[in-house]
Design a protein around this ligand. Structure first.
Ligand SMILES: [Zn+2]
Ligand SMILES: [Zn+2]
Ligand SMILES: [Zn+2]
Length: 348
């Protein structure tokens, strides 16, 4: 049964999920073994995953619940077979029901050893029926439906009382923690707000208290004014390399208009976001083919209404450097590429 334990010094929660040790890792196999094994995410192998939570087909309307063997899909959302968070702390991977009661934390008998069951959900968004390794290889329809699936799932998950937060994230390449090659992303819904998000919220609230404006909106204005770190823009979205980028070519994508929750972003703008994200990642891959990277969506917690001080965003973290002793010991990153130079290269 997965369990959350809190480190009393950093307030950081750690999920213990021993089952995840049993995950297959394609990248540990030889080329021959990979060729012979069946990819669980490819069309025709639907039986290899738990029954889908939702399917998106050519008509763009989601089907849920959907039959496990339904092959009419472009994007498929399934429970993670080796979840880090589960419905009732058991191995049951079926989706959470809206009526699930709030999971009360265990009483804190000892503040140095605080724990609670890792109740939540852990979903996989399979982004194409074809075996492609990168989001940049998705068709227009596939990438639009993948973003639509993130939006739909977050809208659903926010209704569940037991869920405080959901992180959409993507791991590409073994150096970024991927165990399967087939293009996919994940959604982890947690009963707690992750510490990194809480720190951003606190810093953004602090800035707002002094300036009376959202810090992210201010940064957008200032980045746009100088242009040094700008990567690209569309009508509604903006990409840039942040001033204190932790890694070479770190890139953030933000909506130009202030919105605190990703699930509150206007649905009409999502296709534009999908194509823009793919374009930005293509710019990155043109500089570094077969790049390992992570991206994630930072959004405001579900139990908050619209926040004037927080602005949802996507952070793209290329894995060109390794977090080593100094990063682990000091929490301080050493970056060999200035974001101004990274942005210039990305603009081509
Ligand atoms: Zn595949
Ligand atoms: Zn803002
Ligand atoms: Zn962030």
């Amino acid at each position: 049964m997965p369990e959350l334990r809190k480190d009393p010094f950093s307030d950081r929660w750690v999920i213990f999920a021993e089952d995840r040790d049993r995950r297959p890792n394609e990248y540990r196999r030889t080329h021959y073994q990979r060729q012979a094994s069946r990819c669980p995410f490819c069309a025709g192998n639907e039986r290899s995953t738990p029954a889908p939570i939702a399917l998106y087909g050519h008509n763009h309307q989601p089907k849920h619940p959907a039959s496990q063997l339904d092959q009419d899909w472009l994007v498929r959302v399934v429970p993670n077979k080796f979840p880090a968070l589960t419905k009732n702390g058991s191995a049951d991977t079926s989706p959470l029901a809206p009526q699930l009661p709030r999971a009360e934390p265990r009483p804190v008998l000892n503040p140095l050893f605080e724990s609670r069951p890792a109740i939540g959900s852990h979903e996989v968004v399979v982004e194409s029926p074809r075996h492609v390794a990168s989001l940049t290889a998705l068709t227009d329809d596939e990438v639009k439906l993948a973003i639509r699936a993130y939006h739909d799932r977050l809208r659903h998950l926010r209704q569940l009382e037991s869920i405080a937060y959901a992180l959409v994230f993507k791991n590409v390449g073994p150096a970024a923690g991927a165990s399967l090659e087939h293009a996919h992303s994940q959604i982890a819904a947690t009963p707690i707000v992750p510490i990194d998000v809480q720190r951003e919220l606190d810093a953004a609230a602090h800035y707002y208290a002094t300036d009376g404006c959202c810090a992210y909106c201010r940064i957008l204005d200032q980045e746009f004014a100088t242009g040094d770190r700008v990567v690209a823009e569309t009508t509604h979205f903006f990409a840039f390399c942040p001033y204190a980028s932790r890694t070479p070519y770190e890139m953030w994508i933000l909506p130009k208009r202030h919105v605190s929750h990703f699930d509150q972003q206007n649905s009409d703008s999502l296709p534009e976001l999908a194509l823009f994200l793919r374009q930005c990642l293509r710019q990155l891959e043109s500089l570094h083919p077969h790049l390992a990277y992570n991206f994630f969506i930072h959004t405001a917690p579900f139990d908050t209404s619209d926040l004037d001080h927080y602005h949802w965003h996507i952070e793209v973290i290329p894995r060109l450097t390794t977090a080593a002793g100094f990063e682990w010991g000091a929490g301080c990153f050493i970056n060999p590429v200035l974001p101004e130079k990274a942005a210039m290269a990305l603009r081509g």
